[in-house]
Write a protein that binds this ligand. Structure first.
Ligand code: ASP
Length: 437
């Protein structure tokens, strides 16, 4: 049996076991049982080792990728096509979310259920100081743009590295890669250094990857033990179902169709090969922590070129978030429905546009989408304010806080799947071997 097959079986088994242990042993409806030890253990044996590799990987991978492509004109074509792919797929995802939530109306609940859900949610928000702090930094749309631009153009790249902010490192790495490619013989040693360093890091990843099954077991058990699977049938069930349905449509129909139409390769076979990365995304809730596995799997198993993966995947793990965009649209419209505030066509268009921005601005870490959602709420409130209508309080996001982790697992999987599909498509523009085209 191939090593990847064994790994996949182990991860799936760990997930099922984790869910069973979480539901039957750990779940405590009073919420009084302290499960933080399980999460800490999952963090220690999986998330921290993966994160340890992310920043060096972003630097080495992007520099190596850019120097391999070399020709600035070719780079312009690949870069432009990649950005176009990110934008179009996110826009499709967010539109699917907005259409589904409008058709299904998951927030249309009996009045007494709405009142109790709202009250519990707002109190949960008020009791969560960390969330309040994270939210207040993302309040306005212009603030979010400025934040993004400042992260993209850092003044101190070492500071970005120590703060684990990949976006700033990417721009620096693109610049360095271009300079090393332009340097010809003078910079050959540095090019070889980055290429060989990247290969070494990939071997390191192949070792760390085996920590996924035990890590995923603890994280899934913690999630299910805290939330309880029965929530799927509670008042938030229809909302959760809408998000999951949208993610399934996007992940299983739209992205495979785009892959098939642009490359003619079999999307199911590609998805099967990408399983270790998709399962790691599901288990860790973080596109960024999954990046080492995504890179390794797409190059080793998925038939993606190093040239394309090295560039498309690190950038994608921080800005290309189809799942998050779709989720933000569903969540925001759901909350407005729950609070009995009608949204017109103009507000829905605003949701579509700002949810795309909010997803781009979300880091590839757990709950990032929940936090940047306030940008969308703020924009819609701004539009409602001009018509004198009622507004949605920011504390409303407390309503979906309790079930967010499970949805985060699902949307992160779609985020990583979108990145992988992008890398496979761009392999046609930047193959390692012309026969891969
Ligand atoms: N956890 C997601 C990711 O890492 C971001 C989000 O919260 O939607 O891709």
């Amino acid at each position: 049996m191939k090593a990847t097959t064994i790994l996949t079986i182990l991860i799936v088994a760990a997930m099922i076991l984790g869910a069973l242990v979480g539901e039957f042993v750990l779940y405590d409806p009073t919420g009084a049982t302290d499960l933080s030890g399980w999460k800490r253990f999952g963090d220690l044996i999986l998330i921290r080792p993966l994160k340890m590799l992310v920043i060096p990987l972003v630097l080495f991978s992007v520099v190596a990728g850019i120097t391999r492509i070399g020709d600035p004109r070719k780079l312009g074509t690949v870069g432009g096509a990649t950005l176009l792919y990110y934008f179009v797929t996110m826009l499709i995802a967010v539109t699917i979310g907005a259409l589904l939530v409008t058709a299904i109306q998951p927030g249309d609940l009996p009045q007494e259920v709405r009142d109790s859900v709202r009250q519990t949610g707002e109190s949960a928000f008020m009791a969560n100081e960390t969330l309040q702090k994270r939210v207040s930094g993302n309040m306005s749309e212009s603030g979010a743009w400025t934040n993004l631009l400042y992260q993209m153009i850092p003044s101190n790249v070492i500071e970005e590295m120590s703060a684990s902010r990949p976006l700033g490192i990417i721009l620096f790495s693109i610049g360095l890669g271009l300079a090393l490619a332009a340097g010809g013989n003078r910079t050959r040693a540095a090019r070889d250094f980055f290429n060989a360093g990247f290969e070494g890091l990939m071997i390191f990843v192949q070792w760390i990857i085996w920590l996924t099954p035990p890590g995923v077991f603890f994280l899934v058990a913690w999630t299910v033990g805290r939330i309880g699977l029965h929530n799927l049938t509670g008042p938030l069930g229809a909302y959760m179902g809408t998000v999951v349905l949208g993610l399934l449509i996007h992940g299983l129909i739209i992205l495979p169709l785009i892959l098939l139409l642009t490359t003619r390769i079999n999307p199911w076979r590609f998805m099967t090969k990408m399983k270790p990365a998709l399962l790691t995304a599901f288990g860790t809730d973080s596109s960024s922590a999954t990046l080492p596995v995504t890179l390794e799997t797409s190059i080793d198993q998925g038939g993606c070129s190093e040239k394309s993966s090295n560039f498309v995947l690190p950038l994608g793990s921080t800005i290309n978030m189809d799942g998050t965009a779709l989720y933000e649209a569903v969540a925001v419209v759901f909350l407005f429905q729950l609070y009995g505030i009608d949204l017109g066509g103009a507000e829905l268009v605003l949701v579509i546009l700002t949810a795309t921005l909010a997803a781009v601005g979300a880091a590839g870490i757990p709950s990032a989408g929940l936090v940047t959602m306030v940008i969308v709420i703020g924009a819609v409130n701004g539009s409602l304010e001009s018509t004198g209508g009622p507004l949605l309080p920011v504390a409303a996001i407390g309503v979906i806080l309790g079930v967010d982790r499970i949805l985060d697992m699902c949307r992160t999987t779609v985020n990583v799947w979108g990145d992988a599909v992008g890398a496979r498509i761009m392999t046609r523009l930047a193959p390692d071997d012309p026969a891969d085209q």
